[in-house]
Design a protein around this ligand. Structure first.
Ligand code: GLU
Length: 242
């Protein structure tokens, strides 16, 4: 089983992500990676910083050593390879052609070949072996059509058949967009930060208040907190449990 961690609102995003990944190691994995969204300055649309490698979280720590990575929003992943060997390149997060969208994913995209063929015909370049790569490219297409990041990710998810827990960040956006179908995801909520993970231990050192997502639900994490919606986009009144 792979593991997902994400957070919005912490000053030490990178350390929080790596700590969360270490708490998910019990699930088993063969690769690890993180993506942070860096805010733009002076009209710059911002950037994504993606670091990933085959191997253990300690190897990711080594790859990250000395990096000036300070974005306030990020996602991380421990991968258990199902499609494509456990290489640095196939590790998550995966990005689109423009490097604006990064996504982490647990599960199986059953219609990935049809989506990949369609996207390739539309000019998208696929560089890796894993089916997950269709997700950022689908979101990229939505952004190119003028959709806002959350809608672009929702539209991408609407094309997927299979199982997924996924989280996506867009360069310069202080938002994580999350979707779940047949793979676990839970939010951790605190007064000034919000987390998402495959399992509670990933953020248990920071908060004990949780919101469990159900199949077909989406969440948006941003500086204002968190919102859960259904596939129709209706806001759901989800209980916060301790
Ligand atoms: N199946 C995906 C991959 O091989 C995600 C990892 C998983 O869910 O096991 O990259």
């Amino acid at each position: 089983m792979c593991g997902i961690i994400g957070c919005v609102g912490r000053a030490d995003t990178l350390d929080t992500l790596v700590h969360g990944l270490s708490k998910l190691e019990y699930r088993g994995y063969d690769s690890a990676g993180v993506a942070l969204s860096e805010a733009g300055a002076g009209g710059d649309e911002g950037s994504l910083d993606v670091v990933k490698c085959a191997g253990k979280v300690d190897e990711l720590r080594s790859a990250l050593a000395g990096r000036e990575t300070s974005g306030p929003v990020g996602v991380g992943h421990t991968r258990w390879s199902t499609h494509g060997p456990p290489t640095d390149a196939n590790a998550h997060p995966h990005v689109d052609c423009t490097g604006r969208v990064a996504a982490v994913h647990n599960g199986i995209i059953e219609n990935y070949q049809a989506l990949r063929d369609e996207l390739s015909t539309g000019g998208h370049d696929f560089l890796y072996d894993t089916h997950t790569e269709v997700i950022p490219h689908l979101a990229e297409a939505g952004l190119r059509d003028g959709l806002d990041p959350e809608t672009a990710v929702r539209e991408a998810v609407s094309r997927l058949e299979g199982s997924y827990a996924l989280a996506a960040v867009v360069a310069g956006e202080e938002t994580v967009v999350v979707a779940r179908n047949d793979s676990p995801l839970v939010l951790g909520v605190d007064d000034d930060a919000t987390y998402l993970a495959s399992d509670v231990p990933a953020f248990r050192d920071f908060t004990d208040r949780v919101v469990y997502l159900a199949d077909g639900e989406f969440a948006r994490l941003d500086a204002e907190g968190w919102t859960v919606t259904n596939t129709a986009g209706e806001v759901l009144d989800k209980p916060v449990e301790t």
